[in-house]
Design a protein around this ligand. Structure first.
Ligand code: NDP
Length: 433
């Protein structure tokens, strides 16, 4: 804590991993003797830079950009870029730390990184976003590369922003390489990338339910968020017979007692991803309830899929969910549940899929995009869907093996141990570095 003052989110993420790894190291002394956890808690490199750009009124605006290269023991740094006003070093360090274990769980050769800027794309014109992305890449290009560090999208960074940044990278370096993932299909992107995180989150949920002799059919589901992860998670849950009751954004949540149909989900995708509108408009369009300034966790449900952002399920929210009958939670967002919430779920034996396992489908598909770029080929959507399904099942099985406590699986612990062990073994192989 004294080495990283004020970095609350980073402390929270390290504490969550350490609380499982420290007891585990009692029986695996070599990792403690060789200070593996301490080494993984110190990022390889933190890059921070000024991003200047002109707004449409010709004013100069100044933002701060970052790239945290956390660990490349098992492959090039890999992780998204987030553009949001809340971005700071603590949030990006937590995300890069988590990403290291998540990428390890996928079984693909990817290290962990994360980056972004405190730039708010909301309300900006396309030209302003383009100028910002170009200026951001004008510094970032020095630090990334297909075998060095391969960023992707995250909150506020979708296909459009990736396109602007890839264009600028290509312009500066005169190289067409797989330096970013989440690219458009016409210029090296992968089929299924858009769907992968949300679909993967529901695949993990299905595997967890199956291991407990249950299924998603007929279950009621609360989804938070209404962006990329939320809409595709809702879509896949619907495909598996669930009834989706809510979606949200930073203004509040909508409750549709009739359930979200595919048409309604498509309408939300268009509203939030293309038109950058507000979820309250859904209530007007479909006659649903809008709850201003609240999260959806007070609605009775069988399953919760937090897919908006970090720290959106507090201890009291978890207790409300449990009291109302929630029996499974699969985290689409990164670290959406606070430590007290996780503890409440585990104590109540709720099936709890932690983000580093449940939302790994997106980065897994990014890893497959890197493979396609390196091999100068592209695989079809059907083939990639099968690969995604298999990867999510293998992540589930790794977590199950390390977290099964006889009758109840602690997936949070399983994900931490399985993710840590692979990176830790590589760190040990390298000696003191
Ligand atoms: P988007 O930008 O597409 O959507 C984010 C959604 O969350 C929006 O509905 C947004 O609402 C809402 N949101 C953001 N901040 C807050 C807040 N403070 N309170 C309430 N709602 C909020 O992002 P993604 O769907 O891509 O990402 C969502 C989460 O999933 C993040 O935690 C991200 O790190 C994680 N993730 C994403 C992956 C991906 O492939 N996209 C991969 C792995 C993890 P509003 O419109 O009001 O801002």
């Amino acid at each position: 804590i004294s080495r990283n003052p004020g970095e609350v989110e980073f402390h929270q993420a390290v504490h969550e991993v350490a609380s499982d790894i420290i007891p585990w190291m009692q029986d695996h002394r070599i990792y403690a003797q060789e200070q593996v956890l301490e080494r993984l808690c110190e990022p390889d490199r933190i890059i921070s830079f000024r991003v200047c750009w002109h707004d449409d009124n010709n004013n100069i605006r100044v933002n701060r950009g970052y790239r945290i290269q956390n660990n490349n023991a098992i492959g090039p740094y890999k992780g998204g870029l987030r553009f949001h006003t809340s971005v700071n070093q603590s949030i990006l360090k937590f995300l890069a730390f988590e990403q290291t274990f998540k990428n390890s769980l996928t079984g693909l050769p990817m290290g962990g990184g994360k980056g972004g800027a405190d730039f708010n794309p909301r309300g900006k014109s396309d030209h302003e976003i383009m100028r910002f992305c170009q200026s951001f890449m004008t510094e970032l290009y020095r630090h990334v590369g297909e075998d060095i560090d391969v960023p992707a999208g995250d909150i506020g960074v979708g296909g459009k922003e990736i396109g602007y940044m890839f264009g600028q990278y290509k312009r500066i370096t005169n190289q067409f390489t797989g330096v970013l993932t989440g690219k458009g299909l016409d210029y090296g992107g992968s089929a299924m990338r858009t769907e992968a995180t949300g679909y993967g989150c529901v695949y993990f949920l299905i595997d967890m339910l199956k291991a407990a002799n249950d299924s998603l059919e007929g279950k009621t589901v609360l989804v938070s968020g209404s962006g990329n992860v939320a809409t595709y998670a809702a879509e896949q849950a619907l495909l598996n017979g669930a009834k989706i009751l809510t979606m949200s954004d930073s203004d509040g949540f909508v409750y549709d007692k009739n359930g979200f149909t595919q048409e309604k989900i498509d309408w939300v995708k268009d509203l939030k991803i293309r038109r950058r509108g507000r979820i309250s408009e859904y209530a007007e369009e479909f006659g649903a309830e809008f709850h201003q300034g609240s999260r959806p966790w007070g609605v009775s449900c069988d399953v919760a899929l937090p897919c908006a952002t970090q720290n959106e399920i507090e201890g009291h929210d978890a207790k409300t969910l449990i009291a109302n009958g929630c029996m499974a939670v699969s985290e689409g967002a990164n670290m959406p549940t606070l430590a007290e919430g996780v503890k409440a779920f585990l104590d109540a034996k709720v099936l709890f899929a932690p983000a580093k396992a449940a939302n790994a489908g997106g980065v897994a598909m990014s890893g497959l995009e890197m493979s396609q770029n390196a091999g100068k080929r592209s695989w079809g959507g059907a083939e990639l869907s099968v690969m995604l399904r298999e990867i999510m099942l293998s992540i589930h099985d790794r977590c199950y093996e390390a977290g099964n406590e006889g009758g109840y699986c602690n997936y949070a612990k399983g994900a931490n141990i399985a993710g840590f062990k692979k990176v830790g073994d590589a760190v040990l192989a390298f000696g003191v570095v």
